[in-house]
Design a protein around this ligand. Structure first.
Ligand code: GDP
Length: 364
């Protein structure tokens, strides 16, 4: 599955956010690692379309789609040199598909700041520096390994060394690999390096409830500092999210959210943005036994989408019957959509669209 990592300095609210994001505990318990590692969790992706399909189909069960998340605690100044639990955590980041970087933008004298005062721009620099230093080490190793073969004229080795050296200059000017510009061939070289700073990133400013709508001096300074990165910045209050997550029923949560002047839980914003960051979309299967949401990369063709359910579905793929979500709702059911000519039979080349309700036909 896809995995997001939460990073940030200690005491910025990472584990509070992690707990709020992964509060669907019953579901998490189905995952083998849920009990093994407390820093690994599963996020249920909220989707109002799934509720609507449930209402129409009235299935025995409803299964939302999920994203895995890991709370990467312990990243501090010096981590790249092995300070704290440095290297281990940097290894954890390497395994993720995307990063949520949490910065503290709330004032609270009861919560100690590791560097004495609230300053998200400085905090981000500390984390960035550690990740960049680690990446420099990775690139240097690779370049050294290929230098001799490059000298003896090997074309691939030459490219690795050339791109590597340009990349090193970029990293040494304290810029992340994600902003390094190179040719298509160069990009392949960079991709092979699995660098920490080439992962897609989403910034989460942890603020007090009063600052959620308009931000505060810290969020403004932070936005200005990351303006050139073209990355999304989300404002949420981790402690409010934790309060929301603790409430037992949907109704209680809805009431509390309204009392707080919010329109939805902030974690929904984070999840949606992560989905966009990873370029993911959702399709549905809707039978009487089960209505279920599935995650795929945008651009996946029908057989690949079927393969997410089971590899046999992909191998034996014959065709897919597709109803767009809007048509399913407009005509109230699969039969209704079919009767109105809204059930399309698609082949191997069909690119699955966000919200498609799919039925796969396959050989066993
Ligand atoms: P981590 O070390 O980054 O995982 O940080 P924690 O999630 O453990 O939070 C550190 C402390 O900050 C805890 O005492 C939290 O209750 C507190 N905290 C987290 N988020 C907020 C927030 O939005 N506002 C305030 N005032 N305190 C928070």
């Amino acid at each position: 599955g896809l995995k997001c990592g939460i990073v940030g300095l200690p005491n910025v609210g990472k584990s509070t956010l992690f707990n709020a994001l992964t509060s669907a505990k019953a579901l998490a318990a189905n995952y083998p690692f849920a009990t093994k590692d407390p820093n690994l969790g599963v996020i249920t992706v909220p989707d109002p379309r799934l509720d609507k399909l449930e209402e129409l189909v009235n299935p025995q069960k409803v299964i939302p789609t999920t994203v895995d998340i890991v709370d990467i605690a312990g990243l501090i100044k010096g981590a790249s040199k092995g300070e704290g639990l440095g290297n281990q955590f940097l290894g954890n980041i390497r395994e993720t598909d995307a990063i949520l970087h949490v910065v503290r933008c709330f004032e609270d004298d009861n919560v100690v700041h590791v560097d004495g005062n609230v300053d998200p721009v400085r905090d981000k620099m500390i984390i960035d520096t550690e990740l960049i230093l680690k990446d420099i080490e990775t690139v240097e190793k690779r370049v050294d390994k290929f230098r001799r073969t490059a000298k003896s004229g090997d074309k691939d080795a030459k490219r690795i060394v050339e791109v590597g050296e340009a990349l090193l200059a970029h990293l040494e000017s304290e810029k992340p690999a994600r902003s390094f510009e190179t040719s298509e061939e160069g990009e392949a070289v960079v991709k092979d390096l699995l660098l920490l700073t080439s992962k897609p990133i989403l910034y989460v400013c942890n603020v007090d409830i009063d600052s959620i709508d308009d931000g505060n001096e810290h969020t403004r300074a932070f936005r200005a500092a990351v303006a050139e990165e073209n990355a999304e910045v989300i404002l949420i209050s981790a402690s409010i999210e934790a309060d929301i997550a603790e409430l037992e029923t949907k109704e209680e949560r809805a009431e509390f959210i309204e009392e707080m002047g919010l329109t939805e839980p902030g974690v929904n914003k984070v999840i949606r943005a992560s989905y966009e960051l990873l370029d993911l979309i959702t399709y549905f299967t809707a039978g009487e036994k089960e209505v279920r949401a599935w995650t795929i990369h945008r651009g996946t063709k029908a057989p690949g989408a079927a393969g997410v359910i089971h590899t046999d579905f992909e191998k034996g793929f014959i065709r897919a019957e597709v109803i767009h979500y809007e048509d399913f709702v407009a005509f109230g059911s699969e039969a209704g959509a079919r009767d109105n000519g809204k059930l399309n039979v698609e082949g191997k080349e069909y690119v699955v669209q966000d919200g498609d309700v799919m039925h796969f036909r396959f050989n066993v």
